[in-house]
Design a binder for this molecule. Structure first.
Ligand SMILES: [Zn+2]
Length: 303
């Protein structure tokens, strides 16, 4: 991408990538880049959200500084693709292996934190797209971990076969079921729409004598065309996410919870910036506004 070679401010670079994606959209015969929605003073379009989520190819594969988020939860992903490690006395839970080519990077981040990749006992996923779950097969090969999937995402996961490898599925969960390891329990909440089995995982941690609810939100990004089935899913999902107890919002792309900005604010003795109850629904608000705007355009025949 030429835009990246230009020495420029981050804002200009981000703008160039956004324009680049918008142009690609059009060139591929995709929909034009509308509607636009404004939430909390910022304007978003389908292409700007995609650009914010994915960044550059480098962003997708370059490790972000691995760090402890809160209690036994660590960030081990790249600059734009989240991976989380939950450490327990009986081994670790990995949420999102991301692309298969990122698995060695994730392994390195785990080791940098002083843990062992081979202690990974369970692999969970955010939703059945390659940028979040393509690495499951190689992660299982390397660690022997059990791969757990939401029932509604199973067909798409089974079709995900990097290098011809079968996608491992050792256990299937349904909405409301839980996964427990070494005293840590995660509850699976079906938050469908982006995919049929998109899953928000919740867990409670003890931190500084306080109990905190952590939500690993699923992607809530609407597709370009919303079918009646997807509409039903999103209507249920947006009502559901508003009811999830939440003190620490996390997401499948770091920009959804402003990871970079929060990480920069982490200081010994300071309040943990990842505790951010006030912004638990910020991403859902953006995505719901976009979803409603897309539906509105569809109904008016503008799409
Ligand atoms: Zn996705």
């Amino acid at each position: 991408m030429h835009a990246l070679a230009i020495p420029a401010t981050t804002r200009v670079t981000a703008m160039a990538i956004w324009i680049g994606i918008a142009v690609t959209y059009a060139q591929q015969g995709g929909p034009p880049d509308h509607p636009a929605v404004t939430v909390a003073g910022r304007t978003y379009t389908p292409a700007s959200i995609l650009s914010r989520n994915m960044g550059t190819p480098d962003d997708q594969t370059t490790a972000f500084t691995p760090h402890r988020i809160i209690a036994n939860i660590y960030y081990i992903g790249t600059r734009t693709l989240s991976s989380f490690l939950i450490v327990t006395p009986q081994g670790n839970i990995l949420i999102d292996t991301t692309y298969e080519r990122n698995v060695p990077t994730i392994q390195k981040s785990i080791e940098q934190l002083g843990f062992r990749f081979s202690d990974t006992k369970i692999v969970l996923g955010n939703h059945a797209h390659g940028d979040h779950q393509e690495g499951d097969a190689i992660a299982k090969q390397l660690t022997g971990a059990q791969v757990i999937a939401m029932a509604e995402d199973v067909p798409v996961l089974q079709a995900m076969k990097p290098g011809g490898k079968e996608h491992p599925i050792d256990r299937i969960v349904h909405d409301g079921e839980s996964v427990t390891l070494g005293g840590t329990t995660l509850v699976a909440h079906l938050t469908a729409g982006h995919t049929r089995g998109a899953t928000a995982w919740t867990m409670r941690v003890q931190d500084g004598g306080q109990s905190r609810d952590v939500v690993f939100f699923s992607s809530l990004r609407a597709p370009n065309v919303i079918t009646p089935d997807v509409e039903k899913e999103f209507d249920r999902t947006f009502a559901l996410v508003k009811k999830l107890p939440c003190d620490v919002p996390l997401g499948d792309h770091p920009a959804q919870y402003e990871m970079t900005e929060k990480f920069a604010r982490m200081k010994p003795g300071a309040v943990n910036p990842f505790i951010d109850k006030a912004n638990c629904l910020r991403e859902a608000t953006i995505q719901e506004a976009m979803y409603r705007a897309v539906l509105d355009e569809q109904r008016k025949g503008l799409k």
